[in-house]
Write a protein of this length. Sequence first.
Length: 582
Amino acid sequence: MKISKKLTSVASVLVIGSSLVAIPGIAAAEPSADLKQQVEILQTQLKAIQGQVDQQAAAAKQAEKTTQAEIERIKIPQQPDSYKPGTVNMHTGAANPNVADSQNFLHRERDDSLSFGMPSHGGITLYGQFDVSVDAATNGIDGHVVPPGSNGPTGGIAVGGRNGWLPAIATNATYVGLRGFQPIADHEAQFLWQLQTNIAISTVGGTAESNSQQSNAVSGSMTTGTSYIGLGSKGQGAVKIGKTFAPYALSTNIFNPFAGQLGSMNVVMGNTGGDNRVEFGTLLEHSIWYESPNWNGLSFAGLFSPGQNRASDSGAIPAGSSNCNGGNIPGSGGLIGGNGVLTTAVPIPDACNDGGFNNALSASVVYDDKTAWYVVGAVEEHQNVNRGSDLFGTVLIPTIAQAQALYPLDVANETAAKLGVLYRFQSTGTTIGGIYESMRRNVPAILAFQNERQRNGTWVFIQQNLDGANQINFGWAHAQNAQGDAGGQHNFDPTLTNSTADMYTISGTHQMDRNLSIYANYAITQNNGNAHYDLGAGGHGVTTDCHASGPNIPASGGLDSAPQCWGGTTLQGVTVGMKYRF
């Protein structure tokens, strides 16, 4: 190197100068002032050159390190120094904060959340709810006697079995899920996804069977809850594909402080038949839906679920599904097959004749100012709903031939529409809300006598926040008289025409911290005439219904369960539970 050579030359001159001083005859001579000045100049230059050499050596060493780091960077992609703000989470509508990721693939967005950011500016959230309660409930049947003219198999004797108060431990609306979003390069839209699994804490996972509802879905299996993929942006809204509760049901969740408890509003609202199925509040499989942006408090949602049913009467299991649409396993509703052929033995496996339907459409419009007013209008339609099982085994249709002749007519569209208004009093911590609902089944006049699905209903609730993180809630539901009654299959009194019902619920909640709460509630359903509305619909793990049990009366669920539903009973239940949300 040039600097090194120059240093060597200067050093040589200094050595020579020193040698001249050491030569005999010259050593005694005093060096001249010029020579001393030249030596000092050379020494100064030598020090400067030495400094440049040191700097050059350090630069060379750093260059070597940089080259090695570049090689390592190519081998393992580096993470950014921080999670940059500005990306909008489509699930919450909020911008993600600027939080260092400590070179991890996932990093916490906040210390108090289970939301994590990703280096690609996406996000993932772990969420869930655990809810377990201790219950005591009665179906109100204890000591009842089959009324004259009824079709009940007990033949006029008093019903035995444990039909009074029964203790229970229930897992209610318990689930765990993951949801996330991922920006798409050069696009405003983001990729959205969610996977949710319902969990049974107090029971072993399996297919659910009760007197009034049966399912082939395995509790605790993967993605048994709301799950989807989709695309969305803050300005354009979101389109999602998967399974979900329809906009009709979701739009009024805010009106139901008893969700998952005994006495939920779903016992009456959205529940056409009075059993624990909630026809207009079930999870809809194979659906596609749109959620609009929020326009100054106004939003819209719409859903379409293709029936995927090859049977013209909706009597087959939808393609790709394990359950009939409508909330029951095949054959649970009666003794006929999907083509209306009577069977006197075990029901034909593909007989979705107790509410199976084809296409479903649902829509809602909501105005929410986030402070005082919440107003909602919603509508939903289920097409070609098969209620053929209501025709068989009833005192209202005495012969099998008559039932078979009417069967093709008992496949009809069912619709529901509702209007809800809620107001929040900020100064007192009080919330008051109410819903009016109309449900219709489009059957011909000849079947009006057994059309229990057509009626109106109302729901009113009051929620009051109290000191000390406490809250108290009151609710009242009223089912108006239905057009007809299919109860002729059960312990039915044909002299009674009133089928109204009232349900009253009261609950108290104490919020122990941000996530954990304890609650207690009491609910009572008072059925009039042949009405048979239950307790537990809409998410409670142990339902209480109108079905009896006794000697030679199977009531444990499954295809061999006898109807034995008692109309006009009063059901009651008390619950104490603990809920943890994250």
